[in-house]
Design a protein around this ligand. Structure first.
Ligand SMILES: *Cc1c(COP(=O)(O)O)cnc(C)c1O
Length: 313
């Protein structure tokens, strides 16, 4: 999908299908769950990364850059989406990857390379310094100037894209829903989402990280920057459903849930983000977290390319 204007993005966002989830736990709890299938936007560039990259590409073009640089791991949804976007929109892309180049690239990196992304492998120690000026200066002297997108697309431009998703959702449901839930890594997306929906709606971010130190602050900062306001009340960070942490081997109960969920709903989930979102929502519903009659939206933020590195149900 090649898009050039925010109007076009909005148009796509307003047409994203919403699917009513038929899953026993939610029905028993008396709540309606609508899944917003942002994973279906496009086979290669979808989910929250589609929205997060939009204003970044626009800024890069406006600032005259022909090269985009970002960071990620071997299964990074962000690098995968960036490579696809660069390929379509005529940018050179550089993906800086943590660790040594393996003999066999992951399916993620192999796609990225096929789409023209130049992969640069750096040591874990150097990777730890990825935001520091020295490393960025070295990359610049070696590869030339670039528009920098932080790991995971975690910047204000990324959140602004997600703000449009929030607006589109509000429009589609004419405001008739209680809360919106999504999986949360850096928190950029949920901050943008909360800023985009009506301030009476709660946006819940389900953290997939084990230690959430600083995540709430990051969401708050981004939210305030977008809204240019000191008040940020309509989001919550939900913790406790990381199931061991980012990219860790799943406990048996999670694998079981994954299997049951996909069988009963027909909706594929990714192992890192959306699985934990629905697991968390499932648990909250069982605990009676939402009053009966609530109408909850779940954002399917994509990431399905990541299933390939995994044994899926
Ligand atoms: C990257 C990603 C997220 C997390 O987005 P953040 O803005 O970093 O919180 C959630 N879901 C999927 C599928 C992702 O790929």
């Amino acid at each position: 999908m090649l898009i050039d204007s925010a109007d076009e993005l909005m148009d796509i966002a307003r047409k994203v299908p919403m699917q009513r989830l038929e899953h026993k736990v939610f029905t028993d709890a008396g709540i309606e769950v609508l899944v917003r299938r942002d994973d279906l936007i496009d086979p290669d560039l979808s989910g929250n990364k589609f929205y997060k990259l939009f204003f970044n590409l626009r800024a890069a073009r406006e600032q005259g850059f022909s090269r985009l640089l970002s960071f990620g791991g071997a299964y990074s949804n962000h690098l995968h989406a960036l490579a696809a976007a660069g390929n379509r929109h005529g940018f050179n892309t550089l993906g800086v990857v943590r660790g040594e180049r393996p003999a066999q690239l992951s399916p993620t990196l192999s796609d990225a390379e096929a789409w023209g992304m130049q992969l640069v492998f750096i040591s874990r120690t150097d990777y730890g310094h990825k935001s520091e000026p020295e490393l960025l200066a070295e990359l610049q002297s070696r590869y030339g100037g670039f528009y920098l997108i932080p790991e995971g697309g975690a910047n204000l431009a990324g959140a602004r894209g997600m703000q449009l998703l929030g607006r589109a959702l509000e429009h589609q449901l004419k405001g008739d829903y209680t809360a919106v839930c999504m999986a949360c890594g850096t928190g950029t997306s949920v901050a943008g989402l909360a800023a985009g929906v009506d301030s009476t709606k709660l946006a819940l971010g389900f953290s997939v990280l084990k230690g959430e130190g600083g995540l709430g602050d990051a969401i708050s900062t981004t939210y305030r920057q977008i809204c240019k306001s000191g008040i940020d009340a309509n989001w919550r960070l939900i913790t406790g459903f990381h199931a061991g942490g980012y990219g860790k081997k799943h406990p048996e109960y999670l694998t079981q849930f994954w299997q049951d969920f996909e069988r009963s709903s027909g909706i594929p989930l990714d192992p890192v983000y959306t699985l934990k979102l629905f697991w968390g929502m499932n648990s909250l519903a069982q605990q009676g977290y939402w009053p009966r009659g609530s109408r909850i939206v779940a954002i399917h933020s994509g990431g399905l390319q990541g299933r390939r590195g995994f044994i899926c149900p």
